[in-house]
Each structure stands twice: as structure tokens, then as C-alpha cells.
Design a protein around this ligand. Sequence first.
Ligand code: SF4
Ligand code: SF4
Length: 540
Amino acid sequence: MAQLISLESLTGPGPMASVNVQGRVANAAAPMVALDALAAPAVTSEAMRMALSSKSGCESTSSCGSSDTKDDMPAEIWEKVKDHPCYSEEAHHYFARMHVAVAPACNIQCNYCNRKYDCANESRPGVVSEKLTPEQAVRKVIAVASEVPQLSVLGIAGPGDACYDFKKTKATFDNVVKHIPDVKLCISTNGLALPDHVDEIAKMNIDHVTLTINMVDPEVGTKIYPWIYYKNKRWTGLEASKILHERQMQGLEMLTERKILCKVNSVMIPGINDEHLVEVNAVVKKKGAFLHNIMPLISAAEHGTYFGLQGQRGPRAMELKALQDKLSQGTKLMRHCRQCRADAVGLLGEDRGQEFTMDQVPDEVSYDPAKREKYRELVAVERGEHVATREAAGKQLAGLAAGTSVLVAIATKGNGRINQHFGHATEFQVYEVSPKGVQFIGHRKVDEYCKGGWGEDASLEGVIAALEGVTVVLCAKIGDCPKESLTAAGILATDTYAHEWIEAGIVAWYEATYGTAPLAQMPGAAQALAASPAGVSLAT
Ligand code: SF4
Ligand code: SF4
């Protein structure tokens, strides 16, 4: 009789000891997964495709552009995105990426960048704890792939530029695919050197390229880029921005011609390019970008960037949402980006990078695919159930006569479920729900409220501020104290839907609130909504 196991038993964090990495001693404290004992229902990749091909609730229950399903795109594109956590919103619940920092040289300067090393505490792009040689990176990837079954993507995403330092990018990828042929390869670039390498990128089967485009008007570029280095010369001012813009456009067109998926990242900088990004979105759509990812500027004086030192602020969550909403007719948007570190490992939103620093990676490693294969079988089952649940949730919503649109924040550890304690959340996933459907709109990072078993008031204030515009928090558990504080701030919180699928929980709450069951049944609801900044009105 097959023994069923859960995804969580395969994916729980643990030092890299319990799998087949040569030369390592098992860590007794780590939860050991006895792979021989695992038995899951036999699910083929075909069955997984079948499960996913049933029309999901996408039209009605999720419209983050990247959450399209198999039926919404050509088969070859679906194959490229279905397990990529950044190119598919749905996949990000199940699949992980890792970045390796092998290409530290950069050919431009952005006013928001300070390439920092040895920094374990900052979570933002461009920051890493260690630079790697291609040989070290290969060992690290093999060790991670054996240990982290969710791994599906290897990316080179700074600090530095993967195309400018292309020899190291190529050496790393060529070697990794010899060991792990099914890992997807992904690079990020500022685009200046991209046109010189597109043909090689195509030959290497790099299917995903992220191109950062912050302007299509070089005048705007002069406020973002102090200099570029091109053709053995340093360029500044308008000339620099013009060259960068032309090379970015050329690179994007070349990628599109070769059917390489291009995600455009744009950093939203209030007062500099925020309004201009509408034009950027239209231009990159015309040139064939697959996704557009608007990233809020992260800026603080202690980061040591030009913008940070100048006091340039980043956008508020609701400003970002307003811009994203304005772009709904343009290139599809990625809304689930976590602005990861350049050495991030794990699911989006988590970072296990510190478990895999080079001092913990053995000199000799061998790849054991068993854990990843088993995980994929389980995910196939889970995703099929998730898709069916989303579809049912969409129908349930469509049956409601009328209602308002509200934001719901979810505490989740992944796997598409409401499965995290309020106090342990370091981010909340935010969805917008109305009778038209459930739409993922982003995440809000917070400091963990409950540390060492005690709630911290200062953190709670930060959480409340981060939940601007949110009407209700759904979580696996919440204590009375934080719940009361949230209620006083106009935010409901409940663990009634613990361990439900996210969409099912949201719809059940929404129906209980705006459907036949009156909202007033929920303790504290009337008081919270009276204080709600969202100005929620009841339709029933
Ligand atoms: S291109 Fe990337 S690494 Fe280079 S300066 Fe800009 S953000 Fe930093
Ligand atoms: S920074 Fe955004 S696009 Fe890049 S790996 Fe993280 S989530 Fe994906």
C-alpha cells in the first residue's frame, strides 16, 4: 500500500545533511527524509499537464498576467513557464530558484545600486554574502539541487551583469547542465552588452532573460544612470542614456525574434520615472516582452546608494498598485516578485541562502535527483487539486449578486495554502477579491511579529502600516492581542480558514461577509470596518 507523504515533509528547511551529498555527515537535528520510504501516487508529467489543462479559474479567479494556463499560450511557451516561479504566478507556490553570484563586473552605474558583499542581513537585489567562481557555483548548485526539491531555476542576477561578464556566466551554465539537465537557466542584464550575446544565449538554451529597462526616453535616463562603459570608453549624460536605450531595444527585439522569453524589470522611482513607466510598458509590449515587472525602488541611506544618500524615496505599496492597475491593458504584469538577493535560494519569499554558503558545501558533491523527482510527482497532484479549487471558487464568487472589491492578506508558507501563523509571517500575500474574481496583486514584507514566543509591539505597528488598504488577514493562527490591535486599526483577522487553499479560503470569507451570511457574525467585524481605510461598503 502506497504511503502518502506531504509536500511539507519533503521541503522543510534543514541543513544540507540528510541527502546524498558525498562527504557530508548527516546532521542529527535535521528532519531526515528517508527517500526509500516515500511512496506517492504515480503521476506522470502527462497527467500533470492534463490536470493543469482543465480550464483554471484564471479568467475569474486570478489575473496576474503570469498566471495564464496551458490553454492561454502556445504549448512550447507553456513548457517554458509552467515550472518557473517568476514567469508563472501559480508555479511560485511550488517551485524555487537559486541565484549564483559569478559575474560581478558591471558596465553601467545605476543610482539605486551599491554592490555589497558579505552582507547577510539585507534582502534586496545586488546584495550577496559571497562571490563565487564558476567551479564553486557548480558545486553549490549540485548541493542545493540534491537538497531543495523545489529547485527548478538557476539564475545569474547580479551583482554585476551576466552579459558583460559573459565568460563566467557561460562557464557556469555549461557545467551545471552537464549534471542537472532539467534545470531552467535564467539571466538578468542591464542590456548594454546583450545584443553581443543573444545568439550564444539561444545556443545555450537559456530560455529566460530578464532585462532591466527603466526608461525609453533618454532624458529620463540621465536621472538614473550617471555613466556607462561601452566600446572601451566611459560615457555620461544624455549620450550614455541614448546608447543604453538603443542597446536595450535592440536586445529585446533580438530575444523576441529567437523566441527567448523576456521579462522586463523596471524600478519605479517616484518623481523620476513613475509616470513614464506607462510608456515603457507600451513600448516593451510592442517589442514582444513576455512580462513586465514593476519593482519598487528600495532606498535607504544605510544602503549607500546615490538615491539612498540623496533621500530619494521608494513608492508606497498602494502607489505601486495604482500604477500596476493603470497598466492592465499593456504587457502582462508580474506582481509576485520578491526583489531577491543575488544569492537567494528557495521559494520566492524565503531565503535559504545561509544554509548553503561555500563553507558548508563539500569539496566533492554528487547530484541525487530522487528528491526532486518525488517532489514533482506530489506537486502534480497538489496543482491539479489547486486548479480545481480555484475553478470552484470562481464559480462560487460569480454566484454572488453584488459586492465590493476588497484586499485580503494571506499568511502562507507556500504550497498555495493559508498555512502560517500570523506572528511568524515575514510577508503577506495580498489578493483583491470581488464578485469578478480573486486576483493576486502583490506581497507586503513585514518584520516577524512573534519572536521567541513573544509578540513585539513595534513589529505589530510595522505590520499594520504594511497592511495599508487591507480589509482582512487570513492566517493559520492568531492570538487575541494582535487580533484586537488589528481590529482597532480597521483590519479584520481570522484563522477560520486555516490550511484551506488560498482562493477557497478567500472566497469562503468573502461569501460569509458579503453573501447570505452577514458580516456582523464575525467578532469585531463591524467595529473594524467602521475604521477601515478601504471604506468598505456592504452589498447585502
Ligand atoms: S546593472 Fe545591476 S549591477 Fe550594474 S549598477 Fe545597475 S543594478 Fe548594479
Ligand atoms: S527578483 Fe523577482 S524575478 Fe528575480 S528571482 Fe526574485 S522573484 Fe524572481
